[in-house]
Design a protein around this ligand. Structure first.
Ligand SMILES: NC(=O)c1ccc[n+]([C@@H]2O[C@H](COP(=O)([O-])OP(=O)(O)OC[C@H]3O[C@@H](n4cnc5c(N)ncnc54)[C@H](O)[C@@H]3O)[C@@H](O)[C@H]2O)c1
Ligand SMILES: [Zn+2]
Ligand SMILES: [Zn+2]
Length: 392
C-alpha cells in the first residue's frame, strides 16, 4: 500500500510499504477514506519529538471503512468508522475512569520503558506518533491496523460525509476537553491562546458551555477572522501587547479562565521565547513555553488554566510563584477521545457544532508531502489539510 512516512526533519515521503495485518484478536483493518494533518504532526515534522525512526508511518486523525476484523472485534466489514487517536484497552483502572489517554495497556510491553523513565508511568498508545507512544503505524495511509477496535472506533451513520465527522478523531474532542477543563461558568470571560484547529474548537466549545466572552489570541489574520466568526473578540499579538490588552478588556481583573492551544512551538519575538529557542538549539532545553507562561500571568486570581497544548519535556522560567500566589488551577492532558465521541457525534448530527469551516485544503494522499509543507509554511492560509487516498 501507499503511506506517508517520516524520514527526518522536514522530510516526509509517500512510500510503498507492506499492507497492515491483524495481529491481535481485537484488531481490525480500516481502508482509510479521509485523514488530516494535525498541529501535533508539525512537532514531528520539525523534529521536536524524540524516538522517531525513519520509515515510521504518520497520521492520527483518520476514518474509513472496516475491511477486516479479528475474531474479538465488535465491528463488521463495510461499517464506516472514525478512529480516536488514543489507543486504549477499555478495561484497565484508568479506562474504567474514562481517562483513556492514561490507559495502562495502550503501549506494547517493549515500548513502555521510555515513557516510564520520562514521565513516571507509561501513557496510552497514539497512532503515528513516535516509539515513545507505541510505535504504531498511523493513518496517513491507504490502510491501517486499529488495535482494541471493540473500544475505540465510533460507527458513523450512512449519509453523513467524512468532512463533517473526521475531526471526532482528535481536534474536536480536544477543543471540547480544553473548554471543559477550563471549568467555565455562565458569564465567564475565557481567553484562548492559538487559533489553530484546537483553539478554534475551544472557542466554539467555550461559548456552548456558557462563556459570555471569549478572547482569541494569534498573529494570523485569517485564523483570527475564523475565531471572530464564532463570536470571539481577538488580539493580534504582533499588533498589541497581550497582557495589557487582556487587562484593558477585563477591567484590570484578567480572564476567568485561560486556554493554551499553542504548545511547544510558540511563535513571537519575546525574551523568554528567544531564550527557549537558544536553549533548544544548544540541547539545553526542549520546549518553547511562552504561551503557557503568558496565560498564567494574565489569568485572574483564583482562575483556571487549561492546557490542551502539547509539551514534551522540561521547561524553565515557569511562573510557579504567580501560579501559587494567585491560587490557580491547571488541567491538561492528551484527550480522552473515546469518552467524548458519542456526545460530540450527536452534536454534529444535530448541527450544534460546525466542523467543515476549518478545512482549507483537500488533497490526494500522494500529495501529502506538499500538504505538510503548506501547513508548516503558510499557517495563515492553511487552516487544515485533509488527505483522501485516490482524491485526484
Ligand atoms: N491534548 C491533546 O490531546 C492534543 C490533541 C491535538 C493537538 N494538541 C496540541 O494542541 C496544540 C494546537 O494544535 P493545532 O492543531 O491547533 O496547532 P496549530 O499549529 O495549527 O495552531 C497553533 C496556533 O498557535 C498560534 N500561536 C503561536 N504562537 C503563539 C503565541 N505566542 N500566542 C498566541 N498564539 C500563538 C499559531 O499562530 C497557530 O495558529 C498543539 O500543541 C498540538 O500538539 C493536543
Ligand atoms: Zn491531532
Ligand atoms: Zn486501558
Amino acid at each position: 500500500m501507499r503511506a506517508l512516512a517520516w524520514h527526518g526533519r522536514h522530510d516526509v515521503r509517500v512510500d510503498t510499504v507492506d499492507d497492515p495485518e491483524i495481529l491481535n484478536p481485537r484488531d481490525c483493518i480500516i481502508k482509510v477514506t479521509s485523514t488530516a494533518i494535525c498541529g501535533s504532526d508539525l512537532h514531528l515534522y520539525d523534529g521536536y519529538i524524540p524516538t522517531m525512526q525513519a520509515g515510521d508511518i504518520l497520521g492520527h486523525e483518520f476514518m474509513g471503512e472496516v475491511v477486516e476484523t479479528g475474531p474479538k472485534s465488535t465491528l463488521k466489514k463495510g461499517q464506516r468508522v472514525v478512529v480516536p487517536f488514543t489507543i486504549a484497552c477499555g478495561s484497565c483502572y484508568h479506562c474504567g475512569k474514562h481517562q483513556y489517554s492514561a490507559c495502562d495497556n495502550g503501549l506494547p510491553a517493549d515500548n513502555q520503558d521510555i515513557a516510564q523513565e520520562l514521565y513516571g508511568q507509561p501513557m496510552s498508545g497514539l497512532f503515528g506518533y513516535s516509539h515513545m507512544t507505541g510505535g504504531y503505524a498511523g493513518g496517513q495511509a491507504e490502510y491501517v491496523r486499529v488495535p482494541f477496535s471493540d473500544v475505540g472506533p465510533i460507527v458513523i451513520p450512512d449519509g453523513i460525509e467524512d468532512d463533517k465527522v473526521l475531526f471526532l478523531s482528535d481536534i474536536l474532542p480536544t477543543g471540547w476537553q480544553a473548554a471543559e477543563n477550563a471549568q467555565i461558568e455562565p458569564g465567564d470571560t475565557v481567553a484562548v491562546w492559538g487559533c489553530g484547529p484546537v483553539g478554534l474548537f475551544a472557542v466554539q466549545s467555550a461559548f456552548l458551555m456558557g462563556a459570555e466572552r471569549v478572547i482569541a489570541i494569534d498573529h494570523f489574520p485569517k485564523r483570527l477572522a475564523l475565531a471572530k466568526r464564532f463570536g470571539a473578540e481577538t488580539i493580534n499579538f504582533e499588533e498589541s501587547a497581550v497582557y495589557e490588552a487582556l487587562m484593558a478588556m477585563t477591567g484590570g481583573i484578567g480572564p476567568d479562565a485561560v486556554i493554551d492551544s499553542v504548545g511547544l512551538e510558540a511563535h513571537g519575538f519575546f525574551v523568554d521565547n528567544v531564550i527557549d529557542q537558544i536553549k533548544k538549539s544548544t540541547f539545553l532545553g526542549t520546549d518553547r513555553a511562552h504561551a503557557i507562561r503568558q496565560a498564567i500571568i494574565a489569568c485572574r486570581k483564583g482562575g483556571r488554566v487549561s492546557m490542551p497544548a502539547v509539551y514534551g519535556g522540561l521547561v524553565d522560567k515557569f511562573p510557579l510563584g504567580a501560579f501559587m500566589e494567585k491560587g490557580l488551577t491547571l488541567k491538561t492532558g492528551q484527550t480522552h477521545v473515546q469518552h467524548y465521541m458519542p456526545a460530540l457525534l450527536n452534536a454534529i448530527l444535530e448541527e450544534k457544532i460546525d466542523t467543515t469551516f476549518l478545512i482549507s485544503h483537500r488533497m490526494d494522499l500522494e500529495e501529502a508531502p506538499q500538504g505538510y509543507k503548506m501547513f508548516h509554511d503558510d499557517q495563515n492560509e492553511v487552516t487544515k489539510v485533509v488527505l483522501k487516498p485516490g482524491f485526484n
